[in-house]
Write a protein that binds this ligand. Sequence first.
Ligand code: UDP
Length: 235
Amino acid sequence: MSRELIYSGKAKDIYSSEEDENLIVSVYKDQATMLNGARKETIEGKGVLNNQISSLIFEKLNAAGVATHFVRQLSDTEQLNKKVDIIPLEVVLRNVVAGSFAKRFGIEEGLPIEKPIVEFYYKKDELDDPFINDEHVAFLGIATDEEIAYIKAETRRINELLKEWFAQVGLQLIDYKLEFGRDKDGKIILADEFSPDNSRLWDAQGNHMDKDVFRRNLGSLTDVYKVVLEKLKEL
Ligand code: UDP
């Protein structure tokens, strides 16, 4: 069986695996995009850093008993994952006001959110990933009420773990985006990645240690991703 390109995304290419039809190989790329791809740049070294960061986090999530697609890291840029049907939802959890939430509600960035908020966005590029609620998710047939409840509970459980890990290395977990998928048995598991590309991490001085460095032109993205990786290695 040879490796075939299944899907080419903004930050990763997905290939079939040579060893098992239920596995895929995710290859992390150096591309950075924002505004749904309207701004696109190559940032040398980003793929290697995100693969390492995401592999480290997913290994820890697996060890903590969270069901994920992560099998193992294969190389600097590649990891082996379980094949899933991605549920077309961007599941965002917010611990602190930032980004689009600050804009939408006219609140300053940095305000803590006592009960973390879970939001859904419908993953559909041509609609610019609209903000939707649980009832839209059920109406659109994306997930059942039971599945929605499970996804939200898992997202909150993952938050407790991640918040603690990042706090241990001096970083505050502001918000992040997760994606879930259904495996071959229909079980919902955590998929995609966890990296500073899809989370916000602030250091003790409030410096942005994430993709906002690219979005807001604050300096070298890879320099801050390297710091995040080195910190996480201390765990
Ligand atoms: N996010 C993401 N992909 C998206 C949109 C958001 O990974 O297409 C992440 C983003 O990095 C942040 C969180 O989700 O950690 C919340 O993003 P927000 O809604 O504030 O949007 P943004 O301000 O990033 O456009």
